[in-house]
Design a protein around this ligand. Structure first.
Ligand code: THU
Length: 136
């Protein structure tokens, strides 16, 4: 599964976005180290704080199905075809890095520019479990 193929799956997942409020559709496709794929879309609700981003939907699906070893997450949004890459929001950055600083983030447009970086580059000095576990 290459970056373009994973991004295409994110673009497909975007079709299921439930976005009556923002109208901003996002899809994500998560690749595990053992080559399984989990997709997700954003899901909004009238109490806006209950909204779940596409990235977290994909992560929660993977974890709840027994996959924790994440290799990469591709993201497609309503802006992708305009060649404007969408990167994960702050909450999603913190959730993604929970599962490894080396996770690759892929964004852009499958038929245009494709960008890749690591989650650790998007959230420097991040808060982690080691900040409070066994804290004396
Ligand atoms: N959103 C995502 O699903 N992922 C992102 O990376 C950015 C934001 C969603 C949340 C909300 O449904 C809409 O986009 C506007 O913020």
């Amino acid at each position: 599964m290459n970056n373009k193929e994973l991004l295409k799956l994110a673009e497909k997942a975007r079709e299921n976005a439930y976005v009556p409020y923002s109208k901003f559709k996002v899809g994500a496709a998560l690749l595990t180290k053992d080559k399984k794929v989990y997709t997700g879309c954003n899901i909004e609700c009238a109490s806006l704080g209950g909204t779940n981003c596409a990235e977290r939907t994909a992560i929660f699906k993977a974890l709840s199905e027994g996959s924790q070893d994440i290799e990469a997450i591709a993201i497609a949004s309503s802006n992708s075809e305009k060649n404007e890459p969408t990167y994960p929001c702050g909450i999603c950055r913190q959730v993604i890095i929970e599962f490894g600083p080396e996770i690759r983030i892929i964004t852009g447009y499958s038929e245009g520019e494709i960008y890749e970086c690591k989650i650790k580059d998007l959230i420097p000095h991040y808060f982690s479990g080691s900040d409070f576990i066994d804290n004396k």
